[in-house]
Design a protein around this ligand. Structure first.
Ligand code: CAA
Length: 380
């Protein structure tokens, strides 16, 4: 790795995660993609190895890792299996609203169980009719005594139906627009919570993507995060933070595709010599490697801004996610081209990597939304 600003003990952890990814994660990747089954063994492995504890403060049982170490971990896992890398990224995403806006009691109750890996987390913002326009949500909450009664549905929720802890954004005062949105921690077994359709996807196949349905769902008032009306800002602040992890997932996928293209091009003999001896292939590899490295630097830079509490990281987080995911799409596509017919077949992982890369341009804010965030910042 070109940049490794992590302190020594964290570098050891990243090296250990690399070993674990090579030995335990890589051999499972094709099967996870093929069966589309949620990889409970990978979830347990990350919990046992305390990798799921990385994003959480030590006072709640976490490792208190830097953001840089968290994104490096996501990258290492995604290099071999994007679905496994996503387990850590979504764990952080679902928990982030609690970390950012939760009170002490909420953190003690939920973060401790997330840090130990006992519980999983999910983030419920998107709806069937509101994706990029997050404020267009129709899920509503009405206060009745010491509860909010919530009605509506959330769509495309990663870990949906598996997560015990759901950070869900609900309109509690539609007249106020974005200022009418409130955030709640909704447990899977609260009355009125159910799981709807489970999506069939192009990539990240082992990850469960589900619809969450709320039918007069009863949520105690103490499960509100922050104050009424603060939900939209909590959602935006969460995504600013966690988009860096999606950038890291993209870097990992792209690095995996580059590794494959390099090794294949040295072995594949055509016209009596390895195809790597052709300048046409060499130039492709050089461009791919440069895209991977530039993406990595943007991702690490945004993570380090978070670590040094630089408040202006939002634009850089959007740049990192956007550039890394666009690059991952280009690099995986080129890897398929270098592998030729073999790249198009399921026998090699190149086509899986391209399918997995595609989602990184879409989730946690499409790359069009990232460009909007960057441009707004520039023109402010
Ligand atoms: N941090 C804090 N506050 C913010 C903010 C930020 N980054 N961005 C906006 N706000 C505040 C604004 O200051 C404003 O506050 P005031 O009312 O006090 O003025 C308020 O929020 C409303 O802001 P906007 O007027 O900018 O809102 P908008 O309706 O124009 O939307 C948007 C802005 C950036 C387009 C937003 O809708 C957005 O980010 N959309 C994309 C949503 C998204 O990323 N979805 C991904 C879903 S999660 C997922 O994919 C996860 C998964 O499964 C893995």
């Amino acid at each position: 790795m070109a940049v490794a600003h992590v302190i020594d003990d964290e570098q050891e952890l990243i090296d250990a995660i690399h070993e674990l990814a090579v030995e335990r994660v890589a051999p499972r990747a094709a099967e996870i993609d093929h069966t589309g089954q949620f990889p409970w063994d990978m979830q347990e492995l990350l919990a046992q190895q305390d990798i799921l504890a990385m994003p959480f403060p030590t006072e709640y049982g976490g490792l208190g890792s830097t953001e840089l170490a968290v994104v490096m971990a996501i990258e290492e896992l995604s290099r071999y299996c994007a679905t496994t890398g996503l387990l850590l990224a979504v764990h952080q995403l679902g928990a982030m609203p609690i970390l950012l806006a939760g009170n002490e009691e909420q953190k003690r109750k939920y973060i401790t169980r997330l840090a130990s890996g006992e519980w999983m987390a999910a983030f419920g913002l998107t709806e069937a009719g509101s994706g990029s326009d997050a404020a267009g949500m129709k899920t509503i909450g009405v206060r009745k005594g010491d509860k909010y009664i919530i009605n509506g549905a959330k769509r495309f929720i990663t870990n949906g139906g598996l997560a015990q802890v759901n950070s869900v954004f609900v309109n509690t005062n539609p007249a106020l627009g974005t200022r009418g949105v409130s955030a709640f921690i909704i447990e899977k077994d609260f009355p009125g919570f159910s799981v709807g359709r489970i999506e069939e996807k192009m990539g990240i196949k082992g990850s469960q993507t589900a619809e969450l349905i709320f039918t007069d769902c009863e949520v105690p008032v103490e499960n509100m995060l922050g104050r009424e009306g603060e939900g939209f800002k909590i959602a935006m602040a969460t995504l600013d933070r966690t988009r860096i992890g999606i950038g890291a997932q993209a870097v990992g996928i792209a690095q995996g595709a580059l590794d494959l293209a390099v090794s294949y091009s040295k072995e594949r003999i055509q016209f009596g010599k390895p195809i790597a001896e052709n300048q046409g292939i060499q130039f492709m590899l050089a461009d791919m490697a440069t895209k991977v490295e530039a993406s990595r630097l943007l991702v690490y830079n945004a993570a380090e801004m978070v670590d040094r509490q630089d408040k202006n990281f939002s634009k850089y987080s959007a740049m990192a996610k956007m550039f890394a995911s666009d690059s991952a799409m280009a690099v995986t596509n080129d890897a398929i081209q270098i592998l030729g017919g073999y790249g198009y077949m399921k026998e090699y992982p190149a086509e899986r990597m391209m399918r997995d890369a595609k989602i990184t341009q879409i989730y946690e804010g499409t790359n069009q939304i990232q460009r909007l965030v960057i441009a707004r910042e520039l023109l402010r």
